[in-house]
Design a protein around this ligand. Structure first.
Ligand code: FRU
Length: 492
């Protein structure tokens, strides 16, 4: 049942007696609860927020609506980890409901200063007439995890030239100064990013719009992130309103990046190359990065999309985050690999080495609903070859290489309960074989798959909703042969 505005914008304290318990009962019976992804105990999760390393631990918050599976009053939910593998649920990080975040503590980020973690976020407010006004707010977390809101916004206006779509501050430190980028919409209804600077995180100076070449590129840019990697400047953002073309931009909204020269003040000019999507799967949005203590750039995304109904909406919970990925730069493109810590997950191993010649075969040694799988596949003339997984009597999810088209395809048309069907059931992206070889590195959880192709060159993330009995793995090659070396690990 859909909630009305009044129900959506309630605080936790305003829940009816038994309301949370009712959601919990639904969650317990959900067949699609994840085993090793960050997911909400109840309610709806969306963007990762405040991703940081502080006090000897990673902190990762997320947007959370506790009272249902629609987008309502947003909280920050707090999780932490010492190893990027095991995450602790720590409860509410930031609660909305004050004068400057009366309708939600929206997305934002974190930076350490003076031994404290500063959480900068967008306070969403609405008037009685439902007119939106965004404030950029600050909350400060101590070593013991207590969070105190500043009590006044640190940026309380929207500069001329932009609409009330002005949110998602991503803050960073450079030398002795702090900077933040904010996603926004120009008054002509095109998206862009603006830049602020600060000496103390409390007083911010509007520097102006970040000068990209993309003047007409969607109507709103959400969740920007800026960092430098190997001497290049990288801008991530989630543009809304792009039109799909060929294999690109097939989802309702996109997330992608620009690589260019490092940003310099005062001109804020960003000379960059093409816009590339970060993920070519079905469910990926609003990613955020942080820097690990050893210097690696880590990224986590929301494995979901706005305005799409998901099968677990009926089960009292919705969505999860992606696994953490390590970013590197290669030839003007971002390479994304699963965080190396994830090998800690690996349990019992099974291996298969076989050649398929114009046939498909179930692999008795392999299978399950929760696992990591690494396949090296050598093309031996096959027109098409790949892996069917989560195979059951009436179901299968397929990842394959189409040799003629030179692309990898992820097909969820027979994955189980369908979703977002109006956006299609296949995603694909051009991939070149390397010495006739393709690698597929897959992380399969109860209701998701993340596939890293050719060592992180292309990634596909997708939610899938198969039956629990669909556990099979089948290898196949059509119109020729392919040689497979597959290793599978249970996840502990
Ligand atoms: C992106 C987004 C952000 C906003 C948040 C609200 O998914 O719309 O722009 O801050 O979600 O939950």
């Amino acid at each position: 049942m859909k909630m009305g505005r009044e129900q959506l914008y309630r605080l936790i304290e305003e829940a009816e007696p038994g309301e949370r318990e009712a959601l919990e009962r639904l969650v317990v019976h959900s067949p699609w609860r994840q085993k090793f992804h960050i997911q909400p105990e109840v309610g709806l999760l969306n963007d990762p927020n405040g991703f940081s390393y502080y006090g000897g631990e990673y902190h990762l918050f997320y947007q959370w609506f506790p009272l249902g599976t629609q987008h309502g009053m947003k909280y920050w939910y707090h999780t932490s980890s010492t190893d990027l593998v095991h995450w602790k649920n720590l409860g509410i990080g930031i609660a909305p409901g004050g004068p400057f975040d009366s309708h939600g503590a929206f997305s934002g980020s974190a930076v350490e200063k003076d031994g404290k973690l500063f959480l900068m976020y967008t306070g969403n407010t609405r008037t009685e007439e439902w007119v939106r006004f965004p404030y950029q707010c600050m909350a400060i977390m101590e070593r013991d995890g207590t969070v105190t809101k500043l009590g006044r916004p640190v940026i309380s206006d929207v500069p001329p030239g932009f609409t009330d779509h002005f949110r998602d501050p991503k803050v960073w430190k450079e030398l002795e100064s702090y900077y933040c980028v904010i996603g926004t919409q120009r008054t002509d209804h095109t998206g862009c990013v603006v830049l602020y600077s600060s000496a103390d995180l409390l007083n911010w100076r509007f520097e102006g719009e970040l000068g990209t070449r993309l003047k007409q590129f969607g109507y709103m840019w959400e969740c920007p992130d800026y960092f430098e990697l190997d001497g290049a400047g990288v801008l991530l953002f989630s543009p809304q309103g792009l039109t799909s073309e060929g294999n690109n931009c097939r989802n309702i909204y996109q997330s992608g990046y620009l690589i260019g020269d490092p940003l310099r003040l005062p001109d804020r000019d960003f000379r960059h190359g093409e816009f590339w999507e970060l993920d070519y799967g079905f469910d990926f949005y609003a990613p955020q990065t942080t820097q690990a203590p050893d210097g690696r750039r880590l990224l986590v995304g929301w494995m979901g999309l706005p305005e799409i109904e998901y099968p677990t909406d009926q089960h009292g919970w919705a969505h999860c985050l992606t696994l953490p990925r390590e970013l590197t730069l290669d030839n003007g493109r971002l390479i994304q690999r699963p965080a190396r810590e994830l090998v800690k997950h690996r349990g019992r191993m099974a291996e298969v080495h076989t050649v398929m010649h114009s046939r498909a075969a179930d692999m008795k040694e392999l299978g399950g609903t929760v696992y990591e799988l690494l396949a090296h596949i050598w093309e031996g003339g096959a027109e098409r070859f790949g892996i069917e997984f989560r195979v059951g009597p009436n179901e299968r999810t397929v990842i394959y290489y189409d040799s003629a088209a030179g692309k990898v395809v992820l097909d969820r048309s027979e994955s189980g309960q369908g979703l977002a069907l109006e956006y299609g059931t296949q995603r694909s992206h051009a991939v070149a074989l390397r010495d006739s070889m393709l690698t597929l590195h897959m992380f399969v959880d109860t209701s998701s798959v993340e596939v890293f192709v050719n060592d992180g060159e292309t990634v596909f993330s997708a939610r899938i909703f198969p039956e629990q009995v669909s556990t099979g793995i089948r290898l196949y090659a059509e119109g020729g042969s392919a040689e497979f070396r597959v290793v599978q690990w249970e996840i502990e």
